[in-house]
Design a protein around this ligand. Structure first.
Ligand code: ZN
Length: 146
């Protein structure tokens, strides 16, 4: 849903937002529906991107939902799967799979790392990363191999 920017008090904005510099008015165009609207942007920010983020059209809302869920799942992975912090390349590969899976360009992506299986997938339209560990043991004609 489009945010009503007229109700935002920028003087009360958190420090990290204030640190970006002084906001200015600009006209941006939604890249999906082409609707032009007045937006407030920070120096260096793209007015069209801000207008697209704030637009209420279907495509813009879908795009917004994808970026919100990719970012949320990415943070959840950092928080929950600390084993991946030891393997930054694996962490980066899993995170790179989030967006194409969220966009349904890839059905799911499976990564096998240090005995664990990580699956990036969607369930009921929700993006998620699942960690599995399957211990396989075997007793055969040679006895009980290690
Ligand atoms: Zn739009």
């Amino acid at each position: 849903m489009a945010k009503d920017i007229s109700k935002v008090n920028y003087d009360d904005a958190p420090e990290d937002i204030k640190g970006k510099g002084k906001m200015t008015e600009a006209i941006g165009t939604c890249k999906f529906c082409g609707q032009a609207k007045a937006v407030r942007i920070f120096p260096g920010e793209d007015a069209d991107q801000v207008a697209t983020n704030e637009c209420g059209c279907y495509e813009a809302r879908k795009e917004h939902d994808i970026s919100v869920s990719v970012s949320a799942v990415s943070k959840a992975i950092d928080k929950k799967f600390d084993i991946l912090s030891d393997v930054p390349e694996a962490l980066a590969a899993i995170k790179a799979a989030l967006e194409p899976v969220a966009r349904e360009q890839i059905d799911n992506a499976t990564f096998k790392i240090s005995g664990f299986t990580f699956i990036v997938t969607t369930k009921d339209g929700k993006l998620k990363c699942i960690k599995k560990y399957t211990e396989i043991d075997e007793a055969n004609e040679n006895g009980a191999p290690e």
